[in-house]
Design a protein around this ligand. Sequence first.
Ligand code: SF4
Length: 324
Amino acid sequence: RDLLLRIEDLKVHFGGKSWIPGKASKTVHAVDGVSLEVERGKTFGIVGESGSGKTTTALASVRLVPITAGRVFLDDTEISALTGEALRLARKRFQIVFQDPFSSLNPRVRAGQIVREPLDLMEIGAEADRDGLVQELFAQVGLRPEQQALFPHQFSGGQRQRIGLARAIATRPELVVCDEPVSALDVAIQAQILNLMRRLQEELGLTYLFISHDLGVVQYICDEIAVMYLGQIVEQADRVSLFVRPRHPYTKALLSAVPSARAGKRAANRANRIRLEGDPPSPIDLPKGCRFAGRCPLAEARCHETPPELRLIGKGHKVACHLV
Ligand code: SF4
């Protein structure tokens, strides 16, 4: 496999002094031993509820949150070891598209300048050529040249996300981290943006690390998917295996919550057997055994004692459950 991104045993722990005098410090285990590999030119999805660590995993992999332990490689470059100028230069190779196009764009800066900024920062092309590059980027994401003069509030939500995409591809990155890029948009607009992302991927050979809580969206755009629960991957597989033959009780529960027309009727019917109740436990006081045991209807005594390892059960299909 031609791998672009490799994450090895990534841990992101947020330490904290207790704000209550005399109380011990607490550590939040936001990401706790995540390893994954993303093939060049493909879309790798990470799904999970809020607090699962999916966004932190993605942000840590592009050095936007501090890494506690583990290593991240882009090709042969160890991103996790870079500092200073080397890290600044490497940033050309990975960009991010945020969830909320309303708040991720500076309201006082015109759209053309927003897209031009990364070109100036990274000194891409001759200065005299950058206006032309911005015009090309606008065309690539389906915006008109005269719209460069407008401010973000003069665009619709979908158009704002097009500006976000133009800004992200300006440096011709290899990896684009997409943090819930369509969650704030209407369903019809979601489809337009997802199709645009697919087209850009084909044209530019982009690799996406795609974070979402929406399984319908993930099924539409992702080639491979990891399901995260409480800081760890509990199941990982290609799209077909995950949606047609989910094996982990948590994945089955997530799929059972998706309307059958979107997730595939068979998957939903199989998944119907398990329903999720309650909230995940605190990422501060983690359970000793399987982290899902408190909510899992199949839990046995050993589940509360021993954490299951993420094991390969078929071609590229990994599951962390004692019963699989
Ligand atoms: Fe459920 Fe046990 Fe499997 Fe955890 S290891 S998912 S508690 S059956």
